[in-house]
Design a binder for this molecule. Structure first.
Ligand code: API
Length: 275
C-alpha cells in the first residue's frame, strides 16, 4: 500500500508520493491508470519525492505526466513539492534546494504562505529547447493541416512554444495545441501556450500541456510566456500571468538570469493506493 497526497497549484493537480520512506513501483501504464479521472485518482502530473543526488540538495523530485511520460520540469509541481515536504515533516527549512532531471531548483516559503521558485535560466538555443531549427530566432513557424503557426520557443527545463493571440478565451487551444504538441518540429514534443498581452504588467495565458492536454494552470508555461513577452518588449520584467485557475507572479531580469515564479500550493486530501 502506498500513501499519497492530492495537491494542486491553481488547479493544476498532482498526486505527490514520499518515495523516501516508501518504495513505490509505478510503471507508465500504472501512472496512466491512476491519472484517469474516472477509473483512477485523476491528476495532471504525479510527483515522486526522493533522496537528493547532489551533496548540497535536500531532495530530488521526479515528474510524470498523466500519459506516463517522465519529464524534467513542473513549476506548479515544484511549489506543491515544497508544501508537501514541509507538511510531511521531511524538512523544516524555509528554503529548500531540490535536484531535478533539469538541474537544481531553489524554493522559498514566503511570509504570506505563497512559495517562490527559482526556475533556473531559460534556454533559447534550438538544440536546448529542443526544436528543429538551424538557428535561434525570436519567432519560428510550423505548418500543420494547411495552416502555418508562428510562435516563440524556450526551454524552462522543458520545451515550450508560445503563440500570441488577440483573445485567449477564443483561442483554438484543444485543436491547435494538440497539433503542435506532437509536431515533428519538436522532437521531444512541447507544451503549447496561447498568450494574450493585456498591458505591460499582465498576460492572460492558456496552455495545452505535453502529456496532459489543457490544464487550468502551467507554471513553467507562465515562465516561458513571460520570457518570450519580455524578449519581444511587450511587457516589463515583473509580470502577472493570469491562467484559468488563477494568477502567478513572474520576474525575469533578462538573458543569463533565472526566472522567479511565485504562487500558491494547496493540499486537498490524503489517500492510499495499491498500485
Ligand atoms: N507537461 C509538462 C510538465 C508539467 C508542467 C506544468 N504542469 C507546470 O506547472 O510547469 C511537460 O511535459 O513538460
Amino acid at each position: 500500500m502506498i500513501h499519497f497526497t492530492k495537491m494542486h497549484g491553481l488547479g493544476n493537480d498532482f498526486v505527490v508520493i514520499d518515495a523516501i520512506r516508501q518504495t513505490p513501483r509505478l510503471e507508465p501504464e500504472t501512472i496512466r491508470r491512476l491519472a484517469d479521472r474516472h477509473f483512477g485518482i485523476g491528476f495532471d502530473q504525479l510527483l515522486l519525492v526522493e533522496k537528493p543526488v547532489s551533496p548540497n540538495a535536500d531532495f530530488k523530485y521526479r515528474i510524470f505526466n498523466a500519459d506516463g511520460s517522465e519529464v524534467s520540469q513542473c513549476g506548479n509541481g515544484a511549489r506543491c513539492f515544497a508544501r508537501f515536504v514541509r507538511d510531511q515533516g521531511l524538512t523544516d527549512k524555509d528554503e529548500v534546494c531540490v535536484d531535478t532531471d533539469a538541474g537544481q531548483l531553489l524554493l522559498k516559503f514566503d511570509s504570506d504562505g505563497q512559495i517562490t521558485v527559482n526556475m533556473g535560466i531559460p534556454r533559447h538555443h534550438p538544440a536546448e529547447v529542443p526544436l528543429l531549427a538551424d538557428q535561434e530566432a525570436s519567432s519560428y513557424q510550423a505548418s500543420a493541416n494547411g495552416e502555418t503557426y508562428a510562435f516563440g520557443a524556450v526551454s524552462m527545463g522543458n520545451p515550450h512554444a508560445v503563440l500570441q493571440v488577440d483573445n485567449v478565451e477564443a483561442a483554438p487551444v484543444a485543436a491547435v495545441g494538440r497539433l503542435l504538441e506532437s509536431h515533428p518540429f519538436f522532437p521531444a514534443r512541447a507544451n503549447i501556450g496561447f498568450m494574450q498581452i493585456m498591458d505591460r504588467e499582465h498576460i492572460k495565458l492558456r496552455v495545452y500541456e505535453r502529456g496532459a492536454a489543457e490544464t487550468l494552470a502551467c507554471g513553467s508555461g507562465a515562465c516561458a510566456a513571460a520570457v518570450i513577452a519580455i524578449e519581444h518588449g511587450l511587457v516589463d520584467r515583473h509580470v502577472q500571468v493570469q491562467l484559468p485557475g488563477g494568477a502567478l507572479k513572474i520576474s525575469w531580469a533578462g538573458r543569463g538570469e533565472p526566472v522567479l515564479m511565485t504562487g500558491p500550493a494547496i493540499s486537498v486530501f490524503e489517500g492510499t493506493i495499491e498500485p
